[in-house]
Design a protein around this ligand. Sequence first.
Ligand code: S6P
Ligand code: ZN
Length: 188
Amino acid sequence: MTDSPFSTQIGAAGSMDPHDLVDERRLGQMAGAFADRAAVEAADPECVVYRAYQSGTDGTAEDLLVRTTTITPGTVGSEFHMTKGHHHVRDSGEFYYGMSGDGLVVMQDRSGQVVTEPMPPGSMVYVPPGWAHRSVNVGREDFVFLAVYFSDAGHDYAAIERSGFAVRVLATDDGYAVVPSNGIEASS
Ligand code: S6P
Ligand code: ZN
């Protein structure tokens, strides 16, 4: 736990200095998230899909955490690079702030309702309690955003690993399309 006031310097590419944690997610660690099995197998498992820096330490209900995420540009098959996506273990809200690049956040509540929100630089998206969330880089540069959430929120990845989101975000000739996951073969 960070007991004392602190400050940190956030770089344009999402770096945080100082930080308490840095987490790098490579394609090989999240292969099951992408629908196109053949494309996953053909791709480099060491490819960095995203990197996250965090300040503050998980724990108390009173503290907040701040985390930046940088999603690299690219596709696996026609599916854009994205985060694994999660529910918070303790249903609790979260603010996302778009810093650079072209992103989209996909949110899904426990009844299956889906809302997507673009996250251009300067935008703020509120993820309400009970909504799973996944971020997608729909551009050609890094997509960088900042998140602020409760320190005791916790991350539940299991439900998303099991059932995925009801939509996937695919590259098209003129940008992206949000399409139903039904009918797209899952790779795990
Ligand atoms: C934390 C917040 C983000 C994500 C990060 C990586 O609650 O939603 O900081 O942790 O974007 O995504 P994921 O799904 O791998 O945690
Ligand atoms: Zn979250």
